[in-house]
Ligand binder design. Sequence first.
Ligand code: COA
Length: 283
Amino acid sequence: MTGIEQDELFKLLDIHGEDAFACASLLASPPGDGTRQALASLHARLGAFPSKSAAADGCTETDWIEALLRFAPEVHRHHLSLGIPPESSAAILADVGLNLRINRRVHRRFGLDTWAWLTLHMAGNIFRIGRLQFHLIRGDAGGSLAASDSWVVGVHIPEDGGLSPAVVDTSFSQAREFFDRYFPDKAVSAASCDSWMLDPYLAQKLPDSNIAAFARRFTLDRCSDAPSDAVYFTFRQRGMENLDRLPRETSLQRVVLERIDDGGVWQLGHGHLVFPPARSNHA
Ligand SMILES: CC(C)(COP(=O)(O)OP(=O)(O)OC[C@H]1O[C@@H](n2cnc3c(N)ncnc32)[C@H](O)[C@@H]1OP(=O)(O)O)[C@@H](O)C(=O)NCCC(=O)NCCS
């Protein structure tokens, strides 16, 4: 490990229990060729503000897990070198542990089928600020949202309890302060969100939900077919098999399954808003 004890690393990444054992065993021997290749890719991306995840390049899921673990101290140091507080760095890096736990729910084993998503974190330009995650990218990487000399934040919603309008408001206003303070030369003028949560069907069926209130903040630019996204995020199941065995306890679970029962296809909504948005009038 480079300059950080294993316990400290696992704390930074919020890895514990069985996942900590499995990760410790990956780190117990020197990295193999695949991990070294994945590490080289992470090195090349650090500080380059990539908008997309790293490509697999023949490395296995396990290579990527090991590379993420080995590289995390470096991105943490990078954050600190920008003046970003250690707790802000830890807040985003904790997504590694969360995704390992989600993987256990999805596949019932140690793994990280979302390893590509976590490669964004290792480039140093995505942050958890309050309830939401914000990915700082160049304007021209965010479609036609902003001029090429401007910057855009991609908004992501980690699983972590409810998404009330109040916590979203707070998160957006803290994000404005964060980017003004730590990236003063990067003028963020817009935010984008690509999510199953922006499928207009959801707001139509659950108009009073937090999800609908969140979606309404964005101007919807377009939708694209994403048949399994709503199933994955609602039930943590990959694929569309055995949907009849899934629970229909919450209104969201019912809406997701009933649309599929009726032959409908869930969409990925692509939306944007002026950053920071006006506060919602939920008070
Ligand atoms: C986004 C999220 C935080 C919203 O949670 P929330 O604030 O509780 O959502 P809402 O208040 O709008 O929920 C409306 C209804 O759906 C239910 N619901 C919300 N998210 C649910 C989920 N993931 N699984 C099952 N039911 C869910 C609520 O319990 C509520 O049901 P009820 O009407 O029967 O009481 C939550 O769905 C979540 O953690 N999702 C996973 C992360 C995700 O999807 N990120 C976006 C990736 S693109």
